[in-house]
Design a protein around this ligand. Structure first.
Ligand code: ADP
Ligand code: ZN
Ligand code: ZN
Length: 845
């Protein structure tokens, strides 16, 4: 009997110890270590729930404590390595989230399918006991089967439970404790995929090896070989089949020839293989196939001939750290086009050669697509891709390849930080400043931060790469917590593009005016006529961000959220970008019934329309998150852009991030200051980053690039610095401002958000929480290091019919801040029906 620690997949704060009966371990040939990472079914309260086995208890617990037994082990092998457990624990603690639910979030979706029910006989119950309750049990086939096997398969159980008459019998029997209904987590929601293969037997292989098999399978020697196996003279079709198998196996360099391939080469083989198998000449095997997420559209990138001096210097510094297997973080600040990817590749190569593993995080699926091409070009099948745009099957397969050690380099978005890597040696976070690393619902973790912690747990080296590092990372680079590496020049001596700021106050977007300033218009026309490509950035999906009623002046608002509806012309709908609520675009005003509705403001569809008018001959493509969800379409678009089959790319910020289009010489930003309107202390930082990133898309090829920024705040420092590529000054200035205001990195923030349909309840609870927090601080005399702001309505004060209020906790003492958050969540989280969200290090203010 051993004792194990289990994190149940339920909203509870602690883990639990269970006994693992020896009987359950018999199927487990390996050591007890192979137990960690498996799912278990455990009795919990009155129910049986899924949990994750995360540790073996080394010490026998005190005898007086009675522990419950694990009901079942659900997996034949672990779903995550023991190596990942410290990360799960840290994430649960730091983000105040139940550990079991952290693990559930971390695992690939296919495994988390809902439980299925199974009917089981209670132990030691025989025919008599059943007869005592249910005299006519013989009328129920399933009862007989239950008596025989002790449990019914899930499918049959479901059938029984769905039938009214049968259900009555079940109720009676379970009331008498003859049987019980067990909930089992459904085994692999995603099935492994197999391919039928033929394997030439060792004996035949040996004799074939001496024969020169040519297209002419009539060769007498081949017949001899076959006679060795079958003990008789083979026919012509048999000989051809074997000859084909032998040829394919040598061509593929493996002993397994897929049935598909054999039949393609020799269709008549299908009649023959059974006989060959019966004679022992071949073996029929099912080989696991991994659905490949790398479509056939990925380009190949050969290694570069010569690294730049700056690249070499960076690689050297990182190399020392890798050699020492020491946790350390590098901030790789490289201007756009300076060749950061090569630095990642070199560090990855070194890590893989040392036998360790690599994690590469990118903020956006779109970027994963591009960077994966570089990594796959160098490291082939050692690379696995993990992100949400894969099908569940692909994701499950990639996860398995990593877990088995077959793939040792993972590229992915946010959730890839949980990849089942063992012996992590290197973590790369590309575009580390990007807000997309922070998950905004459920488990609100910051993947970059979690990745750094994971590296610290394994003595791994971290590279944070960006052309515009977050102010926080910049600060750590300056203070020496991180080592700063700089790539200050573009590869091939290319210049950063020249940037022009044009003032469009009062003229863009209002009726009767053009979306484009004359300068931008002229530049677009010129670029097109020269056969070069342009990018136009507009940070809004849809046609317009709002719609106004011309007769009463009311904005069309979402039914469930306090936001305006976006008009999407293409789908002829008005759409809420927060909850997805839709109305036909022909709807009438809810206040006055008028049908005179007018779109207000500029979205990407409107820009595409205006461009089509301006450049009727041009091939224009739209690239936003509505399109990027379709990976194939997206890859095809990227390829078309690279091949210069497109003239103008119109995109939201997704287009700004890291994509490499050598043919682009002009970038236009329709309105650069939309982000500055938000009450967010990072507004200037984010605006700078967006402009600098999209600016970086221009002039990456042979020709010089040019950027035109339209703005209503031409004098704002974020715009000015961005126009002059003065990142350092921007960062210094931001550091000063934040020091003055005591914002991160000079403090840390935690938001407590209260949500419910009932507004007065929300307000009341938020007030109580703020009061409790203030009392806590006072009692500990912690007001010097902790402060509490609010409660106040959240910026989005109604979302999906829920009212929202928030309290901000700000602290310079991290431990105390988290103690306070912990105290609040323990006191209030389960006290009422309202939802209490704890958002640590919030990024959307
Ligand atoms: P960044 O990510 O820093 O913006 P990339 O890594 O995309 O820049 O590199 C820009 C381009 O320069 C890519 O096409 C890349 O293949 C190429 N490149 C990088 N390093 C070198 C080098 N040493 N020699 C030649 N080309 C290089
Ligand atoms: Zn109206
Ligand atoms: Zn809504």
């Amino acid at each position: 009997m051993i004792y194990v620690e289990v994190a149940v997949a339920a909203p509870v704060r602690s883990t639990y110890t269970y006994r693992l009966p020896l009987g359950l371990r018999s199927d487990d040939a390996g050591s007890d270590e192979g137990l960690i990472g498996r799912r278990v079914l455990v009795p919990f309260g009155n129910a049986v729930v899924t949990g994750y086995l995360i540790a073996l208890e080394r010490q026998k617990p005190p005898a007086e404590l009675q522990y419950k037994e694990i009901a079942d082990l659900l997996d034949d092998s672990p779903l995550f390595p023991a190596d990942a457990v410290p990360l799960f624990r840290w994430v649960a603690d730091y983000y105040h989230h139940p550990l079991g639910l952290v693990i559930k979030t971390a695992l690939p979706g296919g495994l988390n399918t809902t439980a299925e029910r199974q009917l089981c006989l209670t132990e030691n119950i025989g025919r008599q006991a059943v007869a005592a309750v249910c005299v006519d049990y013989a009328r129920y086939d399933w009862l007989l089967q239950l008596l025989e096997n002790g449990r019914l398969p899930a499918a049959l159980s479901k059938k029984v439970l769905n039938d009214r008459h049968h259900r009555a019998v079940v109720a009676r029997l379970s009331h008498e404790k003859v049987l019980r209904i067990e909930r089992r987590a459904a085994q692999d929601g995603v099935r492994n995929k197999y391919e039928r293969c033929y394997r030439i037997s060792a004996a035949l292989r040996q004799s074939l090896a001496t024969v020169e098999v040519t297209a002419d399978a009539e060769a007498g020697q081949l017949a001899d070989c076959l006679a060795v196996i079958g003990g008789r003279q083979p026919g012509k079709a048999e000989r051809t089949t074997v000859a084909t198998l032998w040829r394919l196996s040598r061509e593929n360099g493996t002993s397994d020839v897929p049935r598909r391939e054999l039949l393609a080469a020799y269709p008549y083989a299908s009649r023959i293989v059974a006989g060959l198998a019966a004679a022992g000449a071949i073996e029929v095997v099912d080989r696991r196939v991994y659905r490949s997420p790398f479509g056939d559209l990925l380009p190949y990138y050969p290694p570069v001939a010569q690294l730049s001096q700056e690249q070499q210097k960076a690689i050297e510094a990182i190399g020392h750290c890798l050699d020492e297997r020491r946790f350390h973080t590098f901030l790789l600040h490289g201007v756009t086009g300076s060749g950061k990817t090569e630095v990642y590749l070199a560090a990855a190569r070194k890590t893989l050669e040392a036998g360790r593993t690599v994690l590469v995080l990118v903020p956006e699926i779109a970027l994963a697509t591009q960077i994966e091409a570089h990594f796959v070009s160098r490291f082939g099948t050692l690379v696995a891709l993990l992100h949400s745009a894969l099908t569940p099957g692909e994701r499950f397969d990639e996860w398995s390849r990593v877990l088995s050690g077959e793939a040792r380099l993972v590229i992915g978005a946010r959730s890839a930080v949980f990849a089942p890597l063992t012996d992590l040696g290197l973590v790369v976070v590309d575009e580390e400043h990007d807000g997309a690393f922070k998950q905004q619902d459920g488990l609100r973790y910051q993947a970059r931060d979690a990745a750094i912690v994971r590296a610290s747990q394994h003595g791994a080296t971290v590279i944070l790469g960006s052309a515009t590092p977050s102010v926080t990372s910049f600060f750590h680079g300056r203070s020496g917590k991180y080592s700063l590496l700089t790539l200050s020049r573009r590869i091939g001596g290319k210049q950063l593009p020249g940037v022009e700021v044009v003032d469009v106050r009062g003229r863009v977007g209002s009726e009767g005016t053009s979306l484009f300033h004359d300068r931008l218009k002229a530049a677009l026309q010129e670029t097109f006529s020269q056969g070069q490509q342009s990018i136009v950035l507009i940070n809004r999906r849809g046609f317009s961000p709002s719609v106004i009623c011309l007769s009463c002046g009311a904005m069309v608002e979402c039914r469930s959220c306090k936001v305006t509806m976006n008009l999407h012309k293409q789908t002829q709908r008005m759409l809420c970008h927060y909850c997805g609520y839709q109305l036909p675009s022909s709807s009438s005003c809810r206040s006055c019934g008028s049908t005179q509705l007018q779109p207000v403001g500029v979205g990407i569809e409107r820009v595409v329309e205006a461009l089509a008018e301006l450049l009727p001959q041009a091939r224009i493509a739209r690239l936003d998150s509505d399109i990027a969800v379709d990976r194939r379409a997206f890859l095809a678009l990227l390829q078309a852009a690279s091949k210069k089959e497109l003239d103008v790319l119109v995109g939201t910020q997704i287009l700004a991030k890291g994509l490499h289009f050598p043919g682009v010489t002009l970038v236009g930003i329709v309105l650069a200051d939309t982000g500055l309107a938000f009450p967010d202390f990072r507004a200037a930082e984010k605006t700078y980053q967006l402009i600098a990133q999209v600016t970086g898309r221009a002039g990456r090829g042979e020709s010089h690039g040019r950027v035109i920024i339209q703005t209503m705040q031409p004098d704002h420092y974020a715009i000015q610095y961005a126009a002059q590529h003065r990142y350092q000054e921007l960062a210094e200035r931001e550091v000063m401002i934040r020091q003055g205001a005591g914002f991160p990195p000079f403090s840390r923030l935690i938001f407590i958000v209260v949500e419910d349909r009932d507004e007065s309840l929300v307000r009341r609870r938020a007030t109580e929480i703020a009061q409790e927090a203030r009392t806590w601080v006072r009692e500990r005399s912690a007001s010097g290091v902790l402060s509490i702001m609010g409660p106040a309505p959240a910026p989005l004060e109604r979302l999906r019919d829920r009212h929202r209020w928030q309290i901000m906790l700000k602290g310079t003492a991290v431990a105390a801040l988290h103690d306070l958050a912990d105290h609040v969540s323990r006191t209030f989280q389960r006290s009422g029906r309202e939802k209490i969200i704890i958002d640590v290090d919030p990024e959307n203010m």
